[in-house]
Each structure stands twice: as C-alpha cells, then as structure tokens.
Design a protein around this ligand. Structure first.
Ligand SMILES: C[S@@+](CC[C@H](N)C(=O)[O-])C[C@H]1O[C@@H](n2cnc3c(N)ncnc32)[C@H](O)[C@@H]1O
Length: 224
C-alpha cells in the first residue's frame, strides 16, 4: 500500500516559525508525538567518540548549525562544552532558544550560511570552533550543501563533526546533493569517520518510522 504523504517530512520555514513561536509546541509535536530521538542520539555518539579518543567534552567549542530552539545546545551544555554558538536562518528560532533555554548558547546568530558577509565570517571564525553539530536540519529544503560546506570550513582541522541525514539522502538516487558531498568527504579524506549509525529518527504522521544516518568524525581539511 502506498504511504500517505507525511506533511511533517517537509516542514518549511513557515511551519518552524509557528512551531517555535508557541512555547513547547515544537517539543509536543516533534518529540512527544513524533518521538524524535536525534539530538540525544547524535550527542551521545559524539560523546562516545570523544571518550574513545580521550578528548574531554569540556574542550568543545561548538557551532550548532540549524540550532532551532536549542535542544542540541542544551545537551552540549550538559556535557560541559566550553563554548556553544547557535546559528539558524529564522529569527523565531533564536527568540525561542532564549525563551526556552536561556543561557545555553554563548551566542546565537540569525544567519544564512550560504551568503555570509566577510564580517559574519570573521566573527564566526574568531571563535575557533573545534566542533560542528547539525541535527535534523539537512536536506528537505532546509540547510543546503553550500551552507553545510560553509559551516564545515569554519571548523579547525581535527575538529569534531556530528550530523545526521535521512538515509535516502545518502543513496545514489538523492537530489539534495548530500549523497555526492558526503561520499566525496569520506573518499577524499576530508572527514575521518569515527562512527556511522543508522537509527530511527522519529515517526512520520502515519506512525511509520523514518530512518536517518548519524555520522561523527574528525575533520581533516576543508571541503573544496
Ligand atoms: C528540524 S529543525 C532542528 C532544530 C534542532 N537542530 C533540533 O534538533 O531540535 C531544523 C532547523 O534548521 C533551520 N534551518 C533550515 N534551513 C536553514 C539554513 N539554510 N541555515 C540555517 N538554519 C536553517 C530551521 O530554521 C530549523 O530551526
């Protein structure tokens, strides 16, 4: 039987604006009803990879791309990260992060990473990020490859990269551009993958599981 189209697989900016504008609505829909597990899964895998390399989580200077209302930032803060900077393209996300999780982010910038001004780039680079998190924000018309690349290239060599993506976006049939990007990042030794893990990201509104792949690794060099 054909799957009923899952509207919430394709959440658009106006949906996020509504979800973030009403306190706890995002958590109610995405976490309570649709059982999203990704922030916990990704930050746990990051932590596990750090432990394996004897890296203290307290040394992390993290750029959280597509930060939303701060759920990932909160988990990084619990792990003791030294610095956490959130970036999101919509103002409502920044307002919600401050409203719902005050103090979690040292800074939160409302920016389009695909067209950073020189000033934005200088300001972000000055933080000497050694960690990039990007959770539940790639593909689906959200963060495009160009924005991910720009954020990746702000991370210092040997920095930690933790992100997830819908498994179909890593397959040959993908038209988001991420299949090719991730393949070349791994094949050209741009990213040294420490952990790749398929898991249930959340349920669709038809209650069918949606699977993502989490990738944690260490940056070797910039994406060219
Ligand atoms: C599903 S939410 C995930 C939020 C958070 N990472 C979490 O796991 O709860 C995706 C977020 O990506 C943001 N986003 C979409 N496109 C973006 C872009 N081009 N640059 C920055 N953020 C973007 C959206 O505004 C939204 O806040």
């Amino acid at each position: 039987m054909a799957r009923v189209e899952d509207k919430w697989q394709r959440i658009r900016f106006h949906d996020y604006r509504t979800l973030f504008s009403v306190p706890k609505l995002y958590e109610r829909v995405i976490y309570d009803i649709l059982k999203c597990r990704s922030p916990q899964v990704i930050t746990d895998l990051l932590n596990k990879s750090l432990k394996q390399e004897n890296v203290e989580p307290q040394t992390l200077r993290a750029l959280d791309l597509g930060a939303g209302n701060g759920i990932v930032g909160e988990l990084l803060a619990k792990q003791g990260a030294e610095l956490i900077v959130g970036v999101d393209i919509i103002e409502e996300a920044a307002v919600a992060a401050e409203r719902d999780r005050p103090g979690v982010y040292d800074e939160y910038e409302v920016l389009d990473m695909t067209c950073l001004t020189d000033g934005n780039e200088r300001m972000l680079r000055a933080h000497e990020f050694n960690c990039l998190t990007c959770v539940a924000a790639l593909g689906f018309g959200d963060i495009p490859t160009g924005a991910f690349t720009a954020a990746y290239n702000l991370i210092v060599p040997d920095g930690w990269i933790a992100f997830n993506i819908k498994e179909e976006f890593l397959s040959g049939n993908d038209d988001s551009g991420f299949a090719g990007l991730v393949r070349s990042m791994i094949g050209d030794s741009v990213l040294d993958v420490r952990c790749k893990h398929r898991y249930q990201h959340r349920l669709g509104t038809d209650r069918e599981p949606i699977h993502y792949v989490a990738i944690v690794g260490q940056k070797q060099r910039d994406i060219s």
